[in-house]
Design a protein around this ligand. Structure first.
Ligand SMILES: *Cc1c(COP(=O)(O)O)cnc(C)c1O
Length: 665
């Protein structure tokens, strides 16, 4: 597909022109190559451009964040709110100061830090908020600043993507207490490596000026020029964060063309939006009406209801067509360090996770030509047409179950600009049974059975429930309950409740197999009798689950469902189902597999979905009672020996490839 006439189009190329090169060349000739007059001039011109009283040039955006956090006095034990959807640097700078980065989810429109969630994350130890103007779109600063003022918190903006950008007419760089910019190679203007902090506050500016060069009270160039003196004082253990004059010269030259580069970015972004929207296969960036976007990144999200392939595959397909892309970002909480050291886990930030599963960033930079962009658009058209799902039509009324779950859906999982996705994706299971023919059982009786059944189970089983809770509580350290994000009716996410059976703070694979070392001894016993599932009667009372219904899955798997499999979301998920009965010993089956997650996704899950979909087509009171009785019977002592694993087509010891071939699609 990649032909000799179309060389690889990289995800990014900086635009370095003749005048940029001349500027650097001139510095080399002066003999002053480290921090000196050009760094000072770059600061002045930058401060003027932004309208900030002070601008301090440093050698990276990360250094800018570190100095800003230090200037406001962040210290050991302090908490700083940081979006989980950001680059490593934002939270890392907090950790440099021995403070705790408290991660916060983003809103599902702009993928910027959600101000309401930030408000809820504030504790007595919170000192600051570091919003990131993601992709170049300013955060909703007014509510954020209001919350910060109310709790006496400082706001340090990570504006690495946001030069230049405006929020309600004001340029980014003076809204918060301090603002940090980056001139890394991929950013809107570059010095190779470099950064800048802006602030109106003289005290903070002084502190940062000292700390960026070893905590020394005078800048180097003053010491060595005629008016300077040799004398200096170390006021604090500072850092080596100064920007060289070679870099500053490039910065001055780049700053001059900042607006021109921005215009080009805006034009490229506008064309993507105009031409990709019609494909219907991608969610495009939504821009708030009260901002001007810097367009550092153009991020698409795959619509799983429209395309049969996952984001990873779209990236691969683009690469085969000679087009480079990137992913911004893997949410921080999914990285091993944040998981192991700070106890975050998958499921903690559903909006960022759903975003991450579907996002990819397209090439967007002034050095690319209109023809380059035509290639990107054509490649996406080709991919969208090739992998488009067959259309499913859906009667929208069927989504409504009166008196059930609260509206609206919180996740972006099924969202689209017109909201039609959820409807499209969800419902053809019901197609065989038009609304008018819904039985009384489906409309009312099933919910009644759920309420009566769950109440009775919790009341009669209360001694057992208490005993289990005590075993979990005192068997190992950690909470009694374990919550995991699952996808429920109509694609709405909810947290499934279980008794904790694993050691606290453990993440790891999405599927659990028998003998998993993460399982505690109490946990092993609970899982054997499925007692860990008891708290799900609470999910039933809350209306999120039914006693009988298809088992809810984690968002990662649902994102990969095909159109037929998606229809399972038209049914309220259940504690038990025909598939749970068939695969009651799923964990033993998985234990025999070398690659459990692949085996689960490729073999077990399609089988389970097929069985549950068949159930969905034939729901009745009699069937539900039969499944409930069947489940009870299987769980009673003495009935677990004849280990039924799976139907004949499934052979736990056969290689995955063979079984994938036989798995239903
Ligand atoms: C690039 C970037 C930074 C800082 O980057 P440096 O490479 O240190 O200049 C900080 N935050 C975000 C979100 C970034 O993208």
């Amino acid at each position: 597909m990649q032909s000799a006439s179309s060389p690889f189009l990289p995800f990014h190329l900086p635009l370095i022109e003749e005048d940029d090169m001349r500027a650097v060349h001139d510095v080399l000739k002066t003999g002053w190559i480290t921090t000196g007059p050009r760094a000072a001039r770059f600061e002045q011109e930058f401060a003027q451009y932004i309208g900030a009283r002070h601008a301090l040039a440093v050698n990276s955006g990360t250094a800018a964040l570190h100095l800003a956090l230090d200037a406001i006095g962040i210290n050991e034990g302090d908490e700083v709110l940081v979006p989980t959807l950001t680059f490593a640097a934002t939270a890392e700078a907090v950790i440099y100061l021995k403070a705790r980065p408290v991660l916060v989810d983003c809103d599902a429109e702009t993928f910027n830090l959600d101000p309401a969630l930030a408000g809820r994350a504030i504790t007595a130890n919170t000192r600051a908020i570091v919003p990131v103007h993601f992709a170049g779109q300013p955060c909703d600063m007014d509510p954020l600043l209001h919350t910060a003022r109310a709790h006496n918190l400082k706001v340090i903006e990570d504006a690495a993507h946001a030069l230049p950008a405006r929020y309600r007419g004001k340029i980014i760089g003076t809204l918060g207490d301090l603002t940090c910019f980056s001139f890394y190679a991929t950013k809107s203007i570059t010095t190779g490596e470099g950064g800048m902090v802006t602030t109106h506050d003289e005290g903070w500016a002084d502190r940062m000026r000292v700390m960026r060069l070893h905590g020394i009270s005078k800048d180097a160039w003053k010491r060595y020029t005629a008016e300077g003196s040799w004398r200096y004082e170390i006021l604090a253990p500072g850092f080596k964060y100064n920007l060289t004059d070679m870099q500053a010269a490039l910065g001055i030259s780049q700053l001059l063309k900042c607006e021109r580069l921005w215009s080009r970015r805006k034009a490229l972004a506008a064309r993507y939006t105009a031409e990709l929207g019609a494909l219907g296969a991608f969610d495009l960036p939504a821009v708030r009406p009260d901002v001007e976007h810097a367009w550092h990144l153009y991020v698409l999200r795959i619509r799983p209801a429209e395309l049969t392939i996952h984001r990873d595959r779209v990236i691969e397909e683009l690469k085969q067509r000679g087009i480079g892309t990137s992913v911004h970002f893997i949410p921080l909480h999914l990285h091993p360090y944040y998981r192991d050291h700070w106890g975050y886990r998958r499921g903690d930030f559903p909006v960022a996770e759903d975003y991450f599963e579907r996002c990819l960033s397209l090439p967007l930079y002034p050095a690319m030509s209109d023809d380059d962009q035509t290639r990107v658009i054509a490649a996406l058209q080709e991919i969208a047409n090739r992998y488009r799902r067959a259309a499913v039509s859906v009667p929208a009324e069927l989504l409504q179950e009166p008196g059930d779950l609260p509206q609206p859906a919180v996740s972006g999982l099924m969202r689209s600009q017109d909201g039609a996705d959820a409807e499209n994706a969800v419902l053809c299971a019901a197609e065989r049974r038009p609304r008018g023919e819904h039985s009384w059982y489906l409309r009312r009786g099933k919910r009644l059975l759920d309420l009566v059944g769950a109440t009775a189970a919790l009341a009669l089983g209360s001694p057992l429930v208490l005993a289990c809770a005590a075993a979990v509580r005192f068997g190992s350290s950690g909470p009694v309950f374990f919550r995991q994000r699952r996808v429920g009716l109509a694609g709405r996410p909810f947290d499934v409740l279980k008794f904790r059976t694993m050691k606290s703070g453990n993440a790891g694979p999405l599927v659990t197999a028998a003998g998993d070392p993460r399982i505690t001894s109490a946990g092993r016993w609970l899982r054997r009798w499925k007692l860990d599932e008891l708290p799900q009667f609470l999910n039933v009372l809350k209306g999120e689950m039914s006693l009988v219904g298809p088992r809810p899955e984690v968002p990662e798997y649902v994102a990969k469902y095909n159109a037929a499999q998606h229809t399972v979301l038209a049914h309220k998920p259940g504690i038990t189902s025909p598939a749970s009965l068939t695969f009651i010993d799923e964990e033993a089956v998985l234990a025999a597999q070398p690659d459990r997650e692949s085996y689960y996704a490729a073999v077990l899950l399609p089988h389970k979905l097929e069985i549950d979909l068949e159930y969905c087509r034939t729901v009745s009171l009699a069937a539900d009672l039969q499944i409930l009785l069947g489940t009870l019977r299987r769980l009673l002592p003495g009935n677990r020996d004849g280990r039924q694993t799976a139907p004949g087509t499934l052979n736990a010891s056969a290689p995955i490839a063979e079984q994938v071939a036989s798995a239903p699609r």
